[in-house]
Ligand binder design. Structure first.
Ligand SMILES: *[C@@H]1O[C@H](CO)[C@@H](O)[C@H](O)[C@H]1NC(C)=O
Ligand SMILES: *[C@@H]1O[C@H](CO)[C@@H](O)[C@H](O)[C@H]1NC(C)=O
Ligand SMILES: *[C@@H]1O[C@H](CO)[C@@H](O)[C@H](O)[C@H]1NC(C)=O
Length: 655
């Protein structure tokens, strides 16, 4: 740790020195060595991209080139406002019964999932040339002063080479996911201007896709369809031109984080998104419960032994590969820290991911500036980029935890909803807790015990390849437990220090809530365990206010906020609100047979059969440095594809 700090200091001092020596204002010696070639991050005047960055328009009016199709991009460049969640209405009794008592109830339609892929054809010459121009522009601003320029991920072709991943990734989903579960297959690909009027653009189409088959079930979208910026970042006059300038600069994108950051802008998404890169595959038959269920929510796959640190904007990342995914993850974790308290959250397994659509949109709306900024990052590792998938996943987990503590302290304990925990109300707060340090035992067996039975009661299939390791009704998954006796292997405890966590000197319900939720997170985690225990063998009843709890009028709407200090938490929101948010943010931490293979050397493909014989979720990453091994790798990949999906031709493929 000390070593790290010293390193940081050296880097800071060195950078300052370099900055003074090399960036002292002076006349640019020539057009190529000045920084002007690279456009500023946000256009403030209408200014088309510098000529050397213009993507060569393709002739759309004559014959459309193979691999492209003409389309009209939407006229809008700005984000739509976030729509607040609806109330439960007539579904209340049913949801209440499930949340409070753990008795299953049919309160919403069977899940529907949209499978979404992002894909850039790295072997497409137009895109390749564009990317090379961007890389060259990027390097030239740095190379002239530092000698050899920094290596950008985008500079290597590895991430963009095409081996036939996309067609097989889609086939794997078609083969493994229940047909009744998938509502749409959505492909998000690059697009370029077709002429210089911006009237028409050309969207990239995988060569095997039969676009005349395109109907409700398959949807081809392009970057221009989803890339959106903030209205406030475009001047109020001439928005259209400025929006166009913005789009011309940042579409097409070659940065997977930038493309993913716009996922929430896809219109009319199903309630659940199953998000895949083209290198993700499913290898075994699965059921809906491997992805999500109406009762338990989305299934997240989290790698608990891999912690993600926090990195504030502007601080140099200690990650080994600065162009890899870690700087983005660390910055995103820092954003979550500001909103929910400091934590080392955990990495998400490198496989396809399930996301609840309303929460994806909510998280993107909370950090809309950061997300819009991410869309403007051409390559990974530049500036502070949001990893939206990581953000939305942990946002769900954190909001569920927050909802439990908020409901208990501000809605249940403060029974008269006046914002003060009176001496008469305090016994509810400390019910079942003596003074001093109280050991609290986790609810026996977890609720996972009931999963199959509960799903069966609603006529839903059990998961086929997923163990439900942790439910949101088990508490916060990163809780720090202690073993009171070293030999005690099964029973886990946490310790609640009453004087530290719930001091009687604090009487404002908001202050008590903020203390346990954000200032002293261990307090909140353990209090949750205690209250789960008080709720009986199932359900979360001990967190909820009584049905007739007083309601403030007019009803308040909490605002979205980036810090917990700015977030609004109102008293007197009543039981329906509490039940609604608890179910809204419900989730499962699932465990499935998973595999990930990074192809670095030629012989790595030989490990494919072994690496994939037992797994249900798989991803393969092309990180090949040796160009000579490409042909062999391609052949091995094709053999492997043929073994799994050789006999398969999906209805969206050409004959
Ligand atoms: C990618 O582009 C190349 C060059 O145009 C083309 O040969 C190849 O078929 C494309 N791949 C797909 C899957 O469309
Ligand atoms: C695959 O597994 C088998 C049995 O475990 C082993 O004998 C073989 O060497 C493995 N092959 C590779 C390429 O690792
Ligand atoms: C695409 O699908 C249509 C409608 O099913 C079919 O008539 C046509 O032959 C297909 N085209 C190719 C190239 O497979």
């Amino acid at each position: 740790m000390r070593l790290r700090k010293r390193n940081v200091l050296y880097v800071v001092v060195f950078s300052a020195f370099v900055g003074v020596v090399f960036f002292w204002p002076r006349q640019p010696t020539s057009a190529t060595s000045s920084g002007r070639k690279y456009p500023p991050p946000r256009p403030h005047r209408y200014e088309p991209p510098p000529p050397n960055l213009i993507i060569p328009p393709k002739p759309a009016h004559g014959s459309v080139p193979l691999g492209w199709r003409p389309f009209r991009a939407p006229d809008s460049y700005v984000l739509k406002p976030f729509v607040v969640q609806p109330t439960l209405g007539e579904r209340l009794p049913c949801v209440d019964q499930w949340v409070a008592l753990g008795k299953p109830c049919e309160f919403r339609e069977r899940g529907k999932v949209d499978a979404v892929w992002t894909w850039v054809n790295g072997s497409e010459p137009v895109l390749d040339a564009t990317r090379n121009q961007l890389v060259a522009a990027e390097m030239s601003t740095k190379t002239t002063r530092f000698g050899a320029g920094p290596r950008f991920r985008g500079a290597r072709t590895t991430h963009f080479r095409e081996h036939g991943e996309m067609v097989n990734s889609m086939r794997s989903v078609w083969k493994s996911m229940p047909a009744s579960l998938v509502r749409k297959y959505i492909l998000l690909t690059a697009d370029v201007p077709a002429d210089d009027t911006e009237e028409l653009r050309l969207g990239s189409v995988p060569i095997w896709l039969n676009t005349s088959q395109e109907n409700d079930q398959i949807q081809l979208l392009h970057h221009s369809d989803v890339f959106r910026t903030l209205e406030s970042s475009l001047p109020s006059t001439d928005v259209e031109n400025r929006g166009r300038a913005w789009r011309d600069r940042f579409v097409p994108s070659f940065n997977s984080l930038a493309i993913e950051s716009q996922l929430a802008n896809i219109e009319d998404l199903a309630p659940t998104v199953f998000y895949l890169n083209d290198d993700c595959f499913l290898l075994k038959p699965l059921s809906a419960a491997d992805f999500e269920t109406p009762l338990y929510g989305p299934v997240f796959r989290i790698q608990f032994d891999l912690g993600v640190k926090s990195r504030p904007p502007g601080v140099i990342s200690m990650a080994v590969d600065k162009e890899g995914e870690w700087p983005g993850l660390e910055f995103t974790n820092w954003l979550l820290d500001q909103r929910f308290g400091k934590r080392k959250r955990r990495y998400l397994h490198h496989v396809a991911k399930t996301l609840p659509t309303p929460i994806l949109k909510e998280a993107a709306a909370v950090w809309e500036e950061e997300v819009a900024k991410t869309a403007e990052s051409r390559f990974r590792g530049q500036g502070s980029q949001v990893n939206l998938v990581f953000l939305a996943t942990w946002y769900t987990i954190e909001k569920h935890r927050e909802s439990l503590l908020y409901s208990f302290i501000m809605l249940r304990v403060d029974a008269d909803a006046n914002g003060v925990i009176s001496p008469a109300e305090r016994p509810t707060l400390t019910d079942g807790l003596e003074s001093g340090k109280v050991p609290v035992t986790l609810r026996e067996g977890g609720s996972a015990h009931w999963v199959e039975l509960n799903l069966q009661r609603l006529g839903l299939d059990a998961p086929k390849q997923t163990g439900y390791d942790w439910l949101s009704s088990d508490g916060y998954p990163l809780i720090r437990t202690v073993k009171p006796k070293p030999k005690d292997t099964f029973i886990q405890h946490c310790t609640l220090d009453i004087e530290e966590c719930l001091p009687s000197s604090l009487s404002s319900s908001l202050e008590v809530f903020r203390r346990v939720a954000f200032e002293k997170p261990d307090c909140g985690d353990c209090l949750i365990v205690h209250l789960i225990g008080r709720s009986g063998p199932v359900g979360l009843g001990a967190f909820l206010p009584p049905p007739k709890a007083p309601r403030a009028s007019p009803p308040q709407t909490p605002k979205l906020a980036k810090t917990w200090q700015d977030a609004t938490f109102f008293s007197g929101m009543g039981r329906e609100y509490a039940v609604n948010i608890m179910q809204r943010y419900t989730y499962v931490v699932g465990n499935s047979p998973m595999g990930f293979l990074s192809l670095r050397r030629g012989w790595d493909t030989k490990r494919l059969p072994n690496a994939t014989s037992e797994v249900a979720f798989f991803a393969v990453n092309d990180d090949l440095h040796n160009e000579l091994a490409i042909d062999q790798t391609n052949m091995d990949m094709r053999t492997w594809y043929a073994q799994h999906w050789g006999g398969l031709r999906a209805w969206w493929e050409k004959n």
